[in-house]
Design a protein around this ligand. Structure first.
Ligand code: NAI
Length: 258
């Protein structure tokens, strides 16, 4: 599964899962554009890729803004060449019961997780379709296969990512373009760790964040340990290489969704 001569773009790649995927694509030989809302962390990932011998560029983007998304695609192609692989990874979460959710909470998650995936997919297809080649990988979640309490808005957004990816896969299947959803399980990024992460927010009385993180891994995951950004990178490299896998929503979750 080598990706030499391929140009890839990963959104939300300044840290966490997006960073793991960007590094894995570069390890497999691709040149990788690193896009993030936070340009400083995007630059750090891009510097690591360049150090490993591949070309890279850091781009600032807000995936919910159409002009920003179009500028990102143009910037990636101007710096690195024709884009063959896009990983639409940027996403946000918040934790509230359905009764507590404000319209603002709902819309923020939908803007980034759903509108962002739509805009990035559409903009990528604009350049991929005329060339008859493309690999689009949309990062969903196991929360896109199963509903979770206090995450109804997030689950709704990730179910949408899977449905959207499945439908678009059918639209472009005969044009050399695959579209898949990758569903991470539990990964110890900022989304889970820290006081504001899920491990911090879902603490039992007297429990530290570290203990809560250990408990969640043990009780939720059949394998007992969290997945890593590099695990997500492995599947992304596979999906970027595979010609006949499309319209799928594949979990990397240590059996969580079994
Ligand atoms: P993270 O919070 O560590 O990283 C998210 C990155 O996206 C950050 O660098 C952030 O600056 C960027 N970002 C946020 N809003 C953006 C916007 N509007 N435009 C551009 N970039 C933006 O999160 P993590 O854990 O790495 O999550 C990545 C993806 O994986 C998300 O789509 C998330 O929903 C999904 N996921 C994560 C899981 C986990 O256990 N960490 C589990 C299942 C899915």
């Amino acid at each position: 599964m080598r990706l030499e001569k391929h140009i890839a773009l990963v959104t939300g790649a300044g840290r966490g899962i997006g960073q793991g995927i960007a590094l894995a694509l570069a390890d497999a030989g691709a040149d990788v554009a690193v896009a993030d809302l936070d340009i400083n962390i995007a630059r750090e990932t891009a510097a690591r890729i360049e150090k490993s011998g591949r070309r890279s560029i850091a781009l600032q983007v807000d995936v919910a803004d159409p002009d920003s998304v179009n500028a990102m695609i143009e910037g990636a192609e101007a710096a690195l060449g024709p884009l063959g692989i896009t990983v639409n990874n940027a996403g946000v979460i918040s934790i509230k019961s359905v009764g507590e959710l404000t319209l603002e909470d709902w819309e923020r998650v939908m803007q980034v997780n759903v509108r962002g995936i739509f805009l990035c997919t559409q903009a990528a297809l604009r350049v991929m379709r005329p060339r008859g080649f493309g690999r689009i990988i949309n990062i969903a979640s196991i929360a896109g296969k199963i509903g979770f309490p206090d995450l109804s808005h997030y689950s709704a957004s990730k179910f949408a990512v899977i449905g959207f990816s499945n439908a678009v896969a059918k639209e472009v299947a005969a044009e050399g373009i695959t579209v898949n959803a990758l569903c991470p399980g539990i990964v110890g990024t900022g989304m889970w760790r820290g006081e504001e992460g899920l491990a911090g927010r879902w603490r039992e009385a007297g429990e530290t964040e570290e203990q809560s993180w250990a408990r969640h891994q043990k009780t939720l995951l059949p394998q007992g340990v969290a997945q890593t950004p590099a695990d997500m990178g492995q599947l992304a490299v596979y999906l970027a290489s595979a010609e006949h896998v499309t319209g799928q929503a594949i979990a990397v979750d240590g059996g969580f969704s079994l």
